[in-house]
Design a protein around this ligand. Structure first.
Ligand SMILES: Nc1ncnc2c1ncn2[C@@H]1O[C@H](COP(=O)(O)OP(=O)(O)O)[C@@H](O)[C@H]1O
Ligand SMILES: [Mg+2]
Length: 268
């Protein structure tokens, strides 16, 4: 177990959904030179907040998310979710959505959503009920019997969000989930995600390349430097909610986006 000494202890009542990283580093061992992907990253996301992680390509955003999901282990530092270390994937605490929906083509939408529950031996009846609820939440009511090839790109991504939510984890990690979608679908999905977030009160850590998407969605934007990724800035986005299309052209929006861009440009 990693020591949690560099992470502030939090009261049990405030733990659900808390995400804490203290001095996290990651070195990839390769056959050639070791790759220092991430260096001394400390982040605290309070329960129920929407945090967005941005930074130049290859700066270690996906690596950070993999570690928060328990899919990879950090070389140094500590990561805690709900006040306890995360060592292996734990879908009761953390749901994950990737850029590619990665659905099984031979399963229906609802079977794909049920899949994490199937793995855990949950009864058919309970699985179906939970999958239905999750599909309803993402606006796919009535599409459960379709196969992935019968769904649009946006709908497939909704299915994968439903799969991330099916065990009702307090934390949802999303790695460029809308990057492969066209711009209109992407905007709609952003609004949909904000609706789901508001309805469920989950903590979300969301990675994106798009500075507009970052500011539009976030309570806070965490900016990373080029590899090895370090945190270079953290911005509070105090724009009111619900966010609207009109805000995109406002001064407040523009100055936040400019501030992020100045960091990214420096490290490009
Ligand atoms: N399995 C791996 N082995 C070696 N290097 C890797 C591996 N995965 C990622 N990297 C390297 O680590 C760095 C960070 O990668 P990644 O986390 O995917 O960045 P980002 O998501 O910000 O684009 C990159 O330089 C990448 O080439
Ligand atoms: Mg990535």
């Amino acid at each position: 177990m990693q020591p949690l000494a560099n992470i502030t202890p939090i009261k049990p009542a405030a733990r659900a959904g808390a995400v804490q990283l203290g001095g996290v580093g990651l070195v990839y061992k390769t056959s050639g030179q070791d790759v220092v992907a991430v260096s001394d990253v400390s982040i605290e996301v309070k329960p129920g907040r929407f945090a967005v992680l941005v930074g130049p390509s290859g700066c270690g955003k996906s690596s950070l998310l993999m570690m928060m999901a328990g899919l990879r282990h950090q070389t140094s530092g500590a990561i805690s979710i709900n006040g306890a270390p995360i060592e292996v994937p734990d879908p009761d605490r953390v749901g994950v959505v990737f850029q590619e929906p990665s659905l099984f083509p031979w399963l229906t939408a609802e079977e794909n959503v049920e899949f994490p529950l199937t793995l855990r031996g949950v009864s058919k009846q309970e699985r179906r009920a939970k999958a239905e609820e999750a599909l309803q939440l993402v606006g796919l009511d009535g599409f459960g019997k379709r196969h992935p090839h019968e769904l649009s790109g946006g709908m497939k991504q909704r299915v994968s969000i439903a799969r991330g939510l099916v065990q009702d984890p307090p934390v949802l990690l999303m790695d460029e989930p809308f990057a492969a979608l066209d711009e209109q679908t992407r905007m709609t999905m952003g609004d949909e995600l904000l609706r789901i977030w508001a309805a469920t009160g989950k903590t979300i850590v969301f990675v994106t390349h798009s500075l507009t998407e970052a500011v539009y969605l976030a309570d806070e934007v965490i900016v990373m430097s080029a590899r090895p990724g370090r945190i270079v800035d953290r911005l509070e986005v105090a724009l009111p909610r619900p966010r609207t299309f009109e805000m995109l052209s406002g001064d407040a929006f523009g100055s936040l986006r400019d501030r992020i861009w100045r960091h990214i440009r420096k490290s490009a």
